[in-house]
Design a protein around this ligand. Structure first.
Ligand code: BGC
Length: 504
């Protein structure tokens, strides 16, 4: 498991590096190309996340699927992504970022093709796993490539482009679902995914390899050629010198052992990252993204077209819009306020869906309550998605990339990412069965209760990292956590307050 570089670079977006700034890298057309391929990778990830919502009800009918088969077809893409993400770090180090991204596109397109032509649930599941492998590869290599190629001052924005592209991909998938539902074309829904897959392959074949990686494997001349292409000859020399110094320093430092990742000093940080990764999933986001149509069906949207429309706007569009706000707000308001307020919104809205389903269950058949329940459900899910998209969605990933010391960051992040995929898999796999076993209403109350657990977790354990350098954040963990530092800060504040009081 070697996703070290990804993580390091995600984190590096926050390190102050005056030497790097002085090279004055500009936004060249090739740099925009980097943005485009990164966006494509996120798009493909998102498309795949979203498409199943519209395809599933049609598949159920066409292939006569049981609940379990429906869950397998939905969730095994996540299982593929889990394994894809685990091996992609090592692959990206061995064969390079570019070829790993090409492999992601090939796997994704191949998986989509298998899904499109599959005669039954068996081959469809194989297609989903292959697609998932592509998604897993893309999820590691795209942010890594973006972070390595982007100029320092734009690095954070390039990486968040990827997050935004995921939500746009989900939206486009819902759009395809909506357009194709009436004609019952689930095969075409899957088939359309071949397009971003092929576009990713072509995009990465055209783009140059990352100079950082080329230096790491000793290909200095190729590294220089890549920099000349992307930055122009004027800036390339200075940039090459900076990268060389970084790469030598990294080589001297060596890689941390797995023992260090699990050492008592870092245990709290590790748990916070892993805890956030789990809580991001078990509060239900992907259950709603994957099963949105089914949820709307149960809330009274009777036709597949109505369900697809509700999903398209209430989930897809709101997710994209609220993610824009997150990108704008995360450095202004800080991580904790956004997380805490987002979790309140998520918990309240999930409880409202629970209440609405409970009310529906008590109503005699034939009343208009189905429509009222439907409206309450749509409004609540809008609030839920918006609350998630400005809090637990992007900020969990930001925090995970900030709270670990440089040496262990890669490995610690790969643990958190793998756990996140695993939790996503378990939710997707068992959500419908849980609904069948305990009913919609109780399921949504359970999700709401998990938001309360998350709220307590964030309140008590998650540090505020806004405006702090990575080194400062690391010191907090090594010194024994926030509490101690906060006490120290309180004391300092009191001391600086004292003369003012004395004056009065
Ligand atoms: C999560 C994904 C989810 C997406 C929805 C991401 O932060 O990790 O699992 O599908 O947000 O926008």
């Amino acid at each position: 498991m070697k996703t070290r570089a990804t993580a390091t670079l995600r984190g590096e977006a926050l390190i102050d590096d005056p030497a790097r700034n002085s090279t004055k890298r500009r936004l060249t057309p090739w740099m925009i190309g980097v943005g485009i391929v990164t966006f494509l990778a996120g798009l493909l990830f998102g498309y795949d996340q979203g498409v199943i919502s519209g395809a599933l009800p049609l598949l159920r009918e066409a292939l006569d699927l049981s609940t379990f088969e429906g869950e397998v077809i939905t969730s095994w893409v996540t299982l593929g992504a889990l394994f894809g993400a685990l091996v992609a770090g090592g692959t990206a180090d061995k064969i390079g970022r570019r070829w790993t991204a090409v492999a992601a596109g090939v796997l994704f397109a191949a998986g989509a093709l298998i899904e499109t032509v599959s005669p039954g649930a068996g081959l469809l599941t194989v297609g989903r796993v292959v697609t998932g492998l592509g998604v897993g590869f893309a999820s590691v290599v795209a942010p890594l490539y973006a972070a390595e190629m982007a100029p320092k001052r734009l690095r954070g924005r390039f990486v968040s482009t990827y997050q935004l592209a995921i939500t746009v991909g989900i939206f486009l998938a819902y759009l395809a679902d909506d357009a194709l539902t009436s004609s019952d074309r689930w095969r075409l829904m899957f088939g359309l995914a071949v397009i971003p897959g092929v576009a990713l392959v072509i995009g990465f074949l055209v783009m140059p390899e990352s100079a950082r990686w080329l230096l790491k494997v000793g290909r200095r001349d190729d590294a220089k050629a890549s920099l000349v292409k992307v930055d122009g000859p004027g800036v390339a020399d200075a940039e090459l010198a900076t990268l060389k110094a970084d790469s030598d320093a990294e080589a001297r430092e060596g890689e941390a052992s797995w023992g260090e990742v699990f050492s008592p000093t870092l245990r709290r940080a590790l748990w916070v990252g892993v805890g956030l990764a789990i809580l991001q999933q078990v509060t239900g986001i992907n259950a709603i993204i994957y099963y949105a149509n089914e949820i709307f069906a149960k809330a009274g949207f009777t036709t597949a077209e109505e369900q697809a429309k509700a999903t398209l706007y209430a989930v897809g569009a709101v997710n994209v819009l609220a993610t824009f706000f997150a990108v704008a707000w995360v450095d202004r308001f800080g991580r904790r306020p956004l997380l805490l307020s987002g979790l309140v919104g998520m918990g309240v809205s999930l409880a409202a869906v629970g209440i609405s389903f409970a009310a529906l269950a008590n109503e005699p058949a034939g009343t208009t309550s189905t429509t009222v329940g439907g409206i309450v459900t749509v409004i609540s899910l809008v609030v839920f998605i918006a609350s998630f998209a400005f809090s637990m969605g992007p900020i969990v990933w930001t925090l995970i990339s900030e709270i670990y010391p440089n040496r262990v960051r890669g490995r610690a992040i790969s643990v958190a990412t793998a756990v996140n995929w695993l939790a996503a898999f378990l939710v997707a796999q068992f959500f419908l069965s849980i609904v069948d076993a305990i009913g919609e209403s109780t399921t949504f109350f359970l999700l709401a209760a998990l938001c309360v657990v998350s709220l307590v977790f964030v309140w008590r354990l998650v540090p505020e990292t806004k405006g702090r350098s990575l080194e400062e954040i690391q010191k907090r963990w090594v010194l024994g956590g926030d509490k101690m530092i906060e006490e120290e800060e309180d004391r300092t504040t009191l001391i600086s307050d004292t003369p003012v009081r004395a004056d009065v």
